[in-house]
Ligand binder design. Structure first.
Ligand SMILES: [Mg+2]
Length: 173
């Protein structure tokens, strides 16, 4: 499936939901692309998971902002690759630094940079410990098995609206 077809399908999936996140945050290694960028040279030409680009474009089209939270120790390689893939300017925040915490400090920074509340964010990552830590902050967090794809997008948006509706009900009590 080409990027355009994935984007069309992603737009349809997004269109099925009444409540949507304001910001979708992606990990890099094994979420947007199938490698650890610290193991590659800056001179290489990277590629994304097959559905990644179409999903990013669909989110932007729907007015949903996107950001990066990565613990990669090689920020220069990560940013070079984002540039080579022509997607660097799409992200309103790019928090790329190694850290002892499981991305909670990345999300604090994304929050102060964007002003988006944690419960209006959706997060995709391939590591369970990050998912555990970040979901405790109130962010809907989805574990991806084989990179981000249309199925993960559908699951993420569906879990996001469930969480949103549950917290709205609590507010009414
Ligand atoms: Mg990862």
């Amino acid at each position: 499936m080409g990027d355009e077809m994935v984007k069309e399908e992603a737009l349809q999936i997004i269109g099925m939901f009444q409540v949507l996140p304001k910001l979708v945050v992606f990990d890099l290694d094994y979420t947007l692309w199938p490698f650890y960028c610290e193991c590659l040279s800056k001179r290489e030409m990277p590629s994304l998971y097959p559905h990644a680009k179409g999903i990013l474009y669909a989110l932007k089209d729907k007015g949903i902002d996107i950001a990066i939270a990565s613990r990669s120790p090689t920020v220069d390689i990560a940013k070079t690759f984002l540039d080579k893939l022509n997607i660097k300017s799409m992200f309103i925040a790019q928090e790329i630094f190694s850290s002892w915490t499981h991305k909670t400090d990345h999300f604090q920074r994304i929050h102060s940079r964007t002003g988006v509340p944690f419960d209006s964010m959706l997060f995709f990552d391939d590591e369970d410990r990050n998912i555990q830590a970040v979901s405790k902050m109130g962010v809907t967090s989805i574990l991806v098995e084989d990179g981000v794809n249309l199925e993960a997008l559908r699951e993420g948006l569906s879990r996001f609206s469930q969480n949103w509706n549950a917290s709205e009900k609590n507010k009414q009590k």
